[in-house]
Design a protein around this ligand. Structure first.
Ligand SMILES: [Zn+2]
Length: 251
């Protein structure tokens, strides 16, 4: 049974543990950078996998599907944080792109992610601010997802779960999102995947370890380059600066 109060409390606790406050929109990638021993990998994981989490006594690794929209990647990272900190079921999770997951564990991780990005109280306050008159329109949903940095569908389902919208409205509220967001004056970054040249990247602990090896001259420079290339960091190995490009994804 999904215990929303417990998940909301856990999300609040983890925000504070990672240095965020309990209520404001968060830069989740920046917060996660501070987790000791965590390696974060961005990789095109295909159409069905949003993210993965591996954890045991020796490794803490989160992988995020970089072909999904930026808003969805933020949601996926919050989802994987649930597995990293609160999931006692196993040390290895592969998570579906579907936002209506079947297993109780996945539902908990999604609900946690939603509370992490848009805390319960903050969402209520924002709804009062952005949408005095109900029902909520697609423009209101866009304003809320932009404020909290959440994917359109993740915000839609959150609003359904809180009783602000009906699930029957999904099709109506999924059409023309990007153009509506642009017309309302928002950046469309939330709806775009990572540019193709940056879709394979490793950050965090692994790179710190490689840097330690380099500094202490424990391995050859060729081996350092090899370790960096294994982590898709030819930009560091060869000092490359890549060019941006990419399409749009609604998820
Ligand atoms: Zn999961």
């Amino acid at each position: 049974m999904l215990d929303k109060l417990d998940l909301s409390t856990k999300a609040q606790e983890l925000r504070e543990l990672l240095g965020g406050d309990a209520n404001s929109p968060v830069d989740i990638f920046s917060l996660v950078n501070q987790i000791d021993g965590l390696t974060l990998v961005f990789y095109p994981l295909g159409e069905n996998i949003s993210g993965m989490c591996v954890r045991d006594n020796e490794i803490r690794l989160i992988a995020i599907n970089s072909t999904m929209s930026y808003g969805r990647q933020r949601f996926s990272l919050a989802h994987e944080l649930y597995h990293l900190y609160y999931d006692d079921e196993s040390g290895f999770n592969v998570c579906s792109t579907k936002l209506n997951p079947k297993s109780e564990n996945e539902k908990c991780a999604d609900q946690f992610a939603s509370f992490f990005l848009a805390p319960y109280k903050s969402l209520r306050t924002a709804i009062k601010k952005f949408a005095e008159k109900s029902p909520l329109s697609i423009q209101h949903v866009i304003a809320l997802e932009q404020y909290f940095g959440m994917s359109h569908l993740a915000m839609f389902w959150r609003l359904v779960s809180e009783g602000y919208l009906s699930s029957e409205k999904l099709d109506d509220y999924s059409y023309g999102v990007i153009s509506a967001a642009r017309s309302l004056g928002y950046d469309d970054k939330l709806y775009k995947p990572t540019p193709v040249n940056y879709q394979r990247r490793t950050y965090g602990y692994y790179l710190k370890q490689v840097e330690e090896l380099r500094k202490k001259a424990l391995v050859s420079s060729g081996k350092i380059d090899e370790l960096l290339l294994d982590a898709f960091r030819d930009d560091i190995a060869f000092g490359l600066d890549e060019e941006n490009h990419g399409g749009e994804v609604i998820d």
